[in-house]
Every structure is written in structure tokens, then in C-alpha cells.
Design a protein around this ligand. Structure first.
Ligand code: PLP
Length: 393
């Protein structure tokens, strides 16, 4: 049977290709260190697990309202008030099956054929595909490495057209870990207001920030910017709840209602048990969130310090998330390879270290290295990468 054009046009994930190869090597008995993980290596805090179990015993095992339980929407509104100083009504919040699903439904709700969405490079792999699946057109805008991979307003102005509908901002970023400053956000926000561009602010790594810096949502900067922004967030990274699949969107009630209508015909509602877990996560202690943040910060500093001693590797020091995004062009040249993709493949074959090539994020000179694994494994992986470079130079 012939498949639909929309799926035939999907770009296969480079991350999946490398993961499949790493798994095959593991199955053959090799000691593979996988640095491709996009999820925290900690278990979900126990009080969340217990609350979810308790909710099931109490019979909360049925459908909920589409768009999520009202108490959970209120808990999310409280979180936005406490952390961002923003007031949202429950009608301005939708709970979805992960932040990825919030984004997917958002694009389905706002895009028509020909509408353009500006996507900064390097980007999270799902943004372009989700925009295309909604008949939108991705417009790529490079965030230069010398500017910590962040876009500038000057460059932003150059790609805006009459068809521009939205701009995606992901701060802290996957894959770079970069964080936009208040001044940068203010300047970008001003341009979006002038051109009536919806700001899709993906804040999934909000809690994972380092070096004493604070995450700021662009929606915090003025009432006008709050109106112009849809915040996307969730529990996957902050509370180590990737498998629970709970995320949310907060913004204009009309958009949220349209998203809720769409979800009512696709998922019906996010998993009931997970919603009860999420309720405990937002209403309970936030201490485990801070403990995990501290563990990530310690690892990031140690891994970064070691990484930049490796010949041919340079790296922008990140402020958040759990990724390092080193530039490997020099190391690739020194070792006789022509692309980072080939180099990454050789490191996996010879050293059994799985890295993610930057090409999948629109940045072919870089590699993504996740530090969501133990420090011992991380240090061992860096030793192996260094010995690969030394042996092949
Ligand atoms: N946004 C970014 C930038 C991410 O890296 C991820 C997960 O990797 C998500 C959204 C999706 O998170 P969730 O697990 O809530 O769907």
C-alpha cells in the first residue's frame, strides 16, 4: 500500500540510527557507553510514584476531561505564578501527553499551508517535522557558535515575511544548553510584537540551569509578551518523568480550546495515573528537583573541564539542560575523516562510545554529548575519545 505523502516526507532521526547501532553492539556483548540519552538517569521521586499508585487504588483509573484534570491545571497555574510570576486561568492551560505532544497539537491548531515558523539552528529534531506535519514551512535561522548558538534580532528581522506565524524559542536549549538573557529576550520579543509573531517558548529545561543564572520566560517580560507567547513545559526533565508523558501548554484561551478539541479526537486525555503523579509532583516538595539539578551541574563542570583538554575539540560552556555540544571539526580533520557523521560512526565502532552527530540538529560541525549518565562512565567515554584521536592522528 502507498503511504501518505506526509509520512514519506518525514526525515528519519539520526539519533535513532546511532542508537540502533549502539544497541546492536551491546547485544554482541561490547561495553558500549551511550551518551545519546535525552532523559535524566534518575528515577522519578518516590512520593510521585506513591501518589500515582494511591490514586489507582482509590479508583482514579477512568477517563478524565480532555485537556486534563482541573486540579492539575490549577497546580500548573500555581507553578507558573510561583516560578514565573504569571497568572493563568485554567482555561488558558492544556495538559498533554508530554511537551512534545503539546507542541504537535499547537502546530496543528495554528498553522495553515504556507504559514512560516522560524526555527533557530541548532534545533531540537522534532520542531521541523512537527511544523511540516501541520502543513507549515520551517524557516531556519542560524544561531552562531560565537554567539553561544543564539539568534540575534538583526538576523531575525531578515527572515521575517508576511507569512511568518511563529518563532520557536528553546531556552535552555537542546542540543546546545544555551540560555537567552533577559536583554536578548526583550529584544526578540519586541520584534515579535511588531510583526505579530506568536512566540512558542519551549521551557522544558527550565529547572536545569547552572552557574547561578536564572531562567526567565519571555512571557514574564510584559503583559503584551505574555499574550504573544505560548509556554510549553512539562515534568519529563525537571522531575525525571519522561515515561509518564505529561506536558502542558499555557497561553491564549482560544488556542488552548482549539488544542483541547483536537486532543479530544486523538488521545482523549493524558493518562489518568500520570496526571495524578503530576499533581503530586507540582504540589509536593521540589527538593528532589534541586538535588538533580545540582548533580547535573557538578557533572557538567567536570565533563566540560575534561572535554576541552582533548585535542581538536572546542566547546561553548552551556548554562543549562544536560548536553554539551562541542565543535569537532578540527578533531575530524586531524584524524583523517571528512565529516563529523563518519567520525562519530568510527568512534562508535572502534571505541564503543555513542555520540549524536550535530547534523540531525542542523549543525554538522558539532556533536551532542549527554551527561545524563554517571560521572565514571562519562570520564571513561572521554578517555576513549581522546585515545581514538591520539591513535588516528
Ligand atoms: N522540547 C525539547 C527541547 C526536548 O528536548 C524534549 C525532549 O527531549 C521535549 C520538548 C519533549 O519532552 P516531553 O518528554 O515532555 O515530550
Amino acid at each position: 500500500m502507498k503511504l501518505a505523502k506526509r509520512v514519506e516526507a518525514l526525515t528519519p532521526s539520526t539519533t535513532l540510527a546511532i542508537t540502533a547501532k549502539a544497541n546492536a553492539l551491546k547485544a554482541e556483548g561490547h561495553n558500549v557507553i551511550a551518551l545519546g540519552a535525552g532523559e535524566p538517569d534518575f528515577n522519578t521521586p518516590i512520593h510521585i510514584i506513591e501518589a500515582a499508585y494511591e490514586s489507582m487504588k482509590q479508583g482514579h483509573t477512568k477517563y478524565t476531561a480532555s485537556g486534563g484534570l482541573l486540579p492539575l491545571k490549577k497546580a500548573i497555574a500555581n507553578k507558573l505564578q510561583k516560578d514565573q510570576g504569571l497568572t493563568y486561568d485554567p482555561t488558558e492551560i492544556i495538559v498533554s501527553t508530554g511537551a512534545k505532544h503539546s507542541l504537535y497539537t499547537l502546530f496543528q491548531a495554528i498553522l495553515d499551508e504556507g504559514d512560516e515558523v522560524i526555527i533557530p539552528i541548532p534545533y531540537w529534531v522534532s520542531y521541523p517535522e512537527q511544523v511540516k506535519l501541520a502543513d507549515g514551512t520551517p524557516v531556519y535561522l542560524e544561531g552562531k557558535e560565537e554567539n553561544q548558538f543564539k539568534i540575534t534580532v538583526e538576523d531575525l528581522k531578515k527572515v521575517i515575511t508576511k507569512q511568518t506565524k511563529a518563532l520557536i524559542l528553546n531556552s535552555p536549549s537542546n542540543p546546545t544548553g544555551s540560555l537567552y538573557s533577559v536583554e536578548e529576550l526583550r529584544a526578540i520579543g519586541e520584534v515579535c510584537l511588531q510583526h505579530d509573531i506568536l512566540i512558542v517558548s519551549d521551557e522544558i529545561y527550565e529547572k536545569l540551569v547552572y552557574g547561578g543564572v536564572k531562567h526567565t520566560s519571555i512571557a514574564e517580560l510584559s503583559p503584551e509578551l505574555k499574550k504573544q507567547t505560548i509556554i510549553i513545559n512539562g515534568l519529563s526533565k525537571s522531575h525525571s518523568m519522561t515515561g509518564w508523558r505529561i506536558g502542558f501548554a499555557a497561553g491564549d484561551a482560544k488556542i488552548i480550546k482549539a488544542m483541547t478539541n483536537l486532543d479530544s479526537h486523538s488521545t482523549s486525555n493524558p493518562t489518568t495515573t500520570s496526571q495524578h503523579g503530576a499533581l503530586a509532583a507540582y504540589n509536593g516538595t521540589q527538593e528532589p528537583v534541586e538535588e538533580m539539578r545540582q548533580a547535573f551541574e557538578e557533572r557538567m563542570n567536570k565533563v566540560y573541564d575534561r572535554l576541552i583538554t582533548i585535542p581538536g575539540i572546542t566547546c561553548v560552556k552551556p548554562n543549562g539542560a544536560f548536553y554539551l555540544f562541542p565543535n569537532a571539526t578540527e578533531a575530524v580533520k586531524m584524524t583523517g575523516y571528512s565529516t563529523v557523521d563518519e567520525w562519530v560512526e568510527a568512534i562508535l565502532e572502534e571505541e564503543k562510545v555513542a555520540l549524536v552527530p550535530g547534523s540531525g540538529f542542523g549543525a554538522p560541525d558539532n556533536v551532542r554529548l549527554s551527561y545524563a549518565t554517571s560521572l565514571d562512565m562519562l570520564m571513561e567515554a572521554l578517555d576513549r575519545i581522546e585515545s581514538f584521536i591520539n591513535r588516528n592522528t
